[in-house]
Design a protein around this ligand. Structure first.
Ligand SMILES: [Cu+2]
Ligand SMILES: [Zn+2]
Length: 249
């Protein structure tokens, strides 16, 4: 695996409830999992679960091709399943759709460290959640930020640029009245074994939207050797960059 290797999982949940005037209600649940196989190939696994009374039937379909091909086939497939349900819109039909987007990246050691791990982003209902797991850290407090560029090529991680700051505010604690970078996630702790994790959720981020002040794509996650003091400019005096992941779709 090259150091930018990553996994893309996009899940789409679609729940259809049967007509109320049917003798038995059929409940359909469609989940679509998309995985990027390489730069040109995507595989989508579509699982449709039909529940009628106590009876459960599951149908699995695998679609493979370029992202464009897979997306257009998925659209056709989704329409087919909706059509099966009844050609006319009916007051008793209930359709709920939730789209979940997940991106996962490997965190790779920098600055001579052993700090490695993974960072997962999940976008759902207008919110992005980050979950990072890191091993090989020195025990204690470490800063974690979003930096400007998805470029982890340099040995010291500085190729990723400074903190991502699309709103041109001073560095600070997330949510601070005096301002903060949209990349100022903050600090987390590594235990005695050198393992640390952090989860962080905000509606000020997105994964691939039109808003440049929110879009994480093309940025990087950086873990630091030291603690972010949440006040020093421009980056909290958090020391060397010990782990890096590019956020590239
Ligand atoms: Cu940083
Ligand atoms: Zn900052």
């Amino acid at each position: 695996m090259n150091k930018y290797a990553f996994l893309l999982i996009a899940c789409l949940g679609l729940t259809l409830m049967g007509c109320a005037d049917n003798k038995k209600e059929t409940h359909k649940e469609i989940s679509i999992e998309k995985k990027k196989i390489n730069d040109t190939l995507v595989r989508a696994t579509v699982t449709t679960k039909y529940t009628t009374g106590d009876e459960v039937k599951e149908d699995v379909q695998v679609i493979e091709g370029t992202p464009g091909e897979v997306n257009s086939q998925l659209e056709v497939y989704k329409k087919e399943i909706l059509m099966q349900h009844g050609e006319e819109p009916h007051a008793a039909h209930k359709t709920e759709t939730t789209t979940v987007k997940k991106l996962q990246f490997a965190l790779n050691p920098k600055s001579g460290s052993n700090a490695n791990g993974s960072v997962m982003f999940t976008e759902q209902n207008g919110k992005v959640t980050l979950e990072a797991h890191i091993n090989g850290l020195t025990p204690g407090t470490h800063a974690i930020h979003v930096h400007q560029k998805a470029d982890c090529s340099s040995e010291d991680g500085k190729s990723s640029g400074g903190h991502w700051n699309p709103t041109f505010e001073p560095h600070g604690a997330w949510g601070s009245d005096t301002g903060y970078h949209r990349g100022d996630i903050g600090n987390f702790n590594a235990d005695d074994t050198g393992h640390g994790m952090i989860t962080f959720s905000t509606d000020l981020w997105c994964l691939g939207c039109e808003d440049e002040t929110k879009d994480l794509l093309g940025k990087a996650i950086i873990v630091h050797q030291g603690e972010d003091d949440l006040s020093s400019q421009p980056s909290g005096a958090a020391g060397a960059r010990v782990s890096c992941a590019g956020i590239i779709q």
